[in-house]
Ligand binder design. Structure first.
Ligand code: PHE
Length: 335
């Protein structure tokens, strides 16, 4: 009897160990622990053993039964927590699957680079609201209502007096009206115009820059912008200042660089001129100075505004601006 009990215990332990799913566990329960199972029927034999041996063997039988029941419960919990008993084969020697690294968007990378060049020249960075008032976007920049220059901006209006800023120039007025010269700022940020083709997206990024002090001249503007362009592209890249018009600068200019696609000999992208326009600039108009309370006889300054996507296109040889905003990872992961 004692041997029989010990043998049953060993058999039950071995069987439990091999079990991998709930159906096999239930079979085990019926076979060993059920009312007509092996343990119960062995215990029924206790009546036949001698009176002296009965208490000892009875105790042993109970201990063994309890032990098997406990192992059974443990196994049941393990199977339940591993999701119904599907034990996956995991090969720990296989190399791991790596996740692709995220990167900064190319426009963000170029914007950071532009800011770093100007910060190196002592400019501070300021940011303003994308949703702007008509006052800061136009009026304070010498563009009154019905001024023809408003047509150039393809403005998204929120209401009569609220709009999505069409350029970062409102930051000139916002900063100047709160601070006294000398000032040296750049203002990067998103701007919006109702326009979409291979060189325009309805949202794009500009960096505004301006400097106000005593005796600031056009030569200072030329020096700062030439250094910037040579740092961004290459030291000997030809550039030119071409007369232009903006209501908030006088005189005004646009800056062209030698076409980076054809080297200046003329191609489809530079429209056979050999030059590509990259920014607008000028000396801040005395009218703008007066509106923020500066005396134009005492102070002068320059301002410029450049399109970040444009500069990134020229740096990387991209010919369709819309690629930046289609979120195709095959394009974005190249930067
Ligand atoms: N705000 C002008 C534009 O978006 C660019 C500009 C900025 C021109 C500052 C002159 C001075 O076209």
């Amino acid at each position: 009897m004692e041997n029989e009990l010990q043998r049953l215990k060993a058999e039950a332990e071995e069987a439990l160990h091999a079990i991998g799913d709930k159906a096999a566990l239930e079979e085990f329960r019926v076979k060993f622990l059920g009312r007509k199972g092996l343990l119960s029927s062995t215990m029924k034999q206790l009546g036949k053993v001698s009176k002296e041996d009965r208490p000892r063997l009875g105790k042993l039988a109970n201990t063994i039964k309890k032990g098997v029941e406990e192992l059974f419960q443990d196994k049941k919990e393990v199977l339940e927590s591993s999701g119904g008993g599907i034990v996956e084969d995991v090969d720990l020697s296989l190399p791991g699957r790596s996740l692709p690294f995220g990167k900064l968007h190319p426009v963000t990378q170029v914007m950071d680079e532009i800011c770093a060049v100007f910060e190196g020249m002592g400019f501070a960075v300021a940011e303003g609201p994308d949703v702007e008032t008509d006052h800061y976007n136009f009026e304070a920049l010498n563009i009154p209502k019905h001024h023809p220059a408003r047509d150039m901006h393809d403005t998204f209006y929120v209401s009569d007096s609220i709009l999505l800023r069409t350029h970062t120039s409102p930051m000139q007025a916002r900063i100047m009206e709160n601070q006294e010269p000398p000032l040296r700022y750049i203002a990067p940020g998103k701007v919006y115009r109702c326009d979409s083709d291979i060189t325009h997206t309805p949202m794009f990024v500009q960096v505004e820059g301006f400097l106000v002090d005593r005796k600031v001249s056009f030569a200072d503007l030329k020096g700062v912008l030439s250094s910037f362009i040579h740092r961004m592209f290459r030291d000997d890249l030809p550039l030119r200042f071409r007369p232009s018009f903006f209501p908030f600068t006088e005189p005004s200019a646009e800056v062209d660089i030698a076409c980076v696609f054809c080297g200046g000999s003329g191609c489809r992208i530079c429209k056979r001129t050999g030059w590509i326009e990259i920014l607008g600039a000028g000396l801040i108009d005395p009218e703008v100075m007066k509106m923020v309370g500066y005396d134009p006889d005492e102070f002068s300054g320059f301002a410029f505004g450049l399109g970040v996507e444009r500069i990134a296109m020229l740096k990387y040889g991209i010919d369709d601006i819309r690629l930046y905003y289609e979120n195709d990872l095959r394009f974005l992961s190249q930067f």
